[in-house]
Ligand binder design. Structure first.
Ligand SMILES: *Cc1c(COP(=O)(O)O)cnc(C)c1O
Length: 392
């Protein structure tokens, strides 16, 4: 890939096609895809209903512009709002862009209240994207280094720490919102205290701040609820989605409700491609397939089965610090850096990755069958044992 900018360190493999949880490389070797293009293809590859929807829509109308009514986009917005209890949606083409919309919305919310330098509280170890605003919101120096000056208007607190937010509230009258991931994905599958979001809801209500959740990775059924915040029984003011929203077509969304629903007024934001007929149809087909195959509950079952299987296999292994999951966000934390596991896994026919240096991250599809669950546990156990043996 000589003429592609080297923004990614790439493996030397290329894939030709996929079928459900399986994906095939150019030599014909097959892999169980336990990464889903980083939480994107939750329904697996070449899903017949999604393929059909894309083919039909491509043959009718791919794009027309948001200058006109787009019935497919309206249908998708209606569906997403009914699943989430949100009220309005802005469609983007990626997670970073969905988060840009949320950040702009929060700033406008502040300006409308007479706060001219609004501040958004964000978390350490968070990841919100690679655009200038979202990398400034991100709590990872590696993402920011070299791109200063960063955007101002963010206050950072430790993830999961409610008291730190109370301290910010005392000292900063310009705060307008809290923006967090319900579970930190890139940060290493960090699952906060079960009451964390409830506590944030209480604080934001009391202070008249917006509660904004980045569900770009946690959304679309992956954690065993349509949206991870639903485990808490709370309603955020703003929620962003992308990754699993279109099973691989580029689509993101920023949803809002109540006092946040109408803040982005005509002329304040836009996107040429956002929510075009093609991606909207693909996303509707994705949602319909998740519903008709009851995959939300299945995600809980698969995730717990994988985590439990691994816990059993490694019950005597002190090098495994923790095995944690919420549905199909699964983290296996080792006591040492383990990036080379990715190559061992490739050899064994498994796609996965490593985040935060020492956490093996599994983001498998919601359609794994029982045989594939076993395959994943058995192969991964062998791979981890081999790695531990070699890195002694
Ligand atoms: C991946 C991710 C993003 C960025 O999404 P892009 O589509 O790559 O811009 C933002 N937030 C979270 C939580 C993510 O996991």
């Amino acid at each position: 890939m000589r003429h592609v900018m080297k923004t990614y360190g790439r493996k030397s493999i290329a894939f030709t096609h996929g079928d459900g949880a399986w994906i095939y490389d150019t030599s014909g070797k097959r892999y169980l895809d336990a990464l889903c293009g980083i939480a994107v293809t939750g329904l697996g590859h070449n899903h017949p209903k999604i393929t059909k929807a894309i083919q039909e829509q491509a043959g009718a109308l791919i794009h027309c512009s948001n200058l006109y009514q787009i019935p497919e986009q309206e249908a998708l917005a209606t569906k997403l709002c009914s699943l989430s209890n949100m009220e309005t949606v802005f469609f983007s083409n990626s997670g970073a862009e969905a988060n840009e919309a949320a950040i702009k919305l929060a700033r406008l919310f502040g300006h409308n209240k007479g706060i001219e330098t609004p501040v958004i509280i964000v978390a350490e170890q968070s990841f919100h994207g690679r655009t200038m605003a979202t990398l400034s919101a991100t709590g990872n120096r590696k993402v920011q280094a070299g791109f200063e000056p960063l955007l101002s208007g963010f206050a950072r607190v430790p993830y999961g720490d409610v008291e730190a937010i109370n301290q910010v509230a005392l000292n900063n009258k310009n705060v307008v919102a809290i923006f967090v991931e319900p579970i930190q994905g890139e940060g290493g599958i960090q699952i906060p205290h079960p009451e964390y979001l409830n506590n944030l809801r209480t604080i934001t209500d009391k202070q008249d701040w917006l509660l904004m959740v980045d569900e770009v990775q946690t959304g679309m059924g992956r954690t065993g609820a349509w949206f991870a915040h639903q485990h808490n029984g709370i309603a955020p003011d703003v929620m962003t989605l992308a990754k699993g929203l279109g099973n691989g077509v580029p689509i993101g969304a920023c949803l809002a409700r109540d006092k946040a629903a109408e803040i982005l007024a005509p002329g304040t934001h836009g996107s040429t491609f956002g929510g075009n007929p093609l991606v909207s149809r693909a996303s509707l087909a994705t949602i319909n397939a998740i519903e008709s195959d009851s995959l939300i509950d299945r995600a809980t079952f698969i995730g717990n089965a994988i985590a439990q299987g691994l816990r059993t296999n490694f019950s005597d292994e002190a090098s495994i610090v923790d095995i944690r999951n919420k549905g199909l966000m699964i983290g296996i934390e080792l006591d040492r850096p383990c990036v080379s596991i990715v190559d061992h896994a490739l050899e064994a026919g498994l796609l996965l990755n490593v985040t935060a240096d020492s956490v093996i991250r599994l983001l498998p599809p919601l359609i794994l069958d029982d045989e594939q669950i076993k395959f994943l546990i058995v192969r991964l156990t062998t791979v981890i044992n081999k790695f531990l043996e070699e890195s002694k």
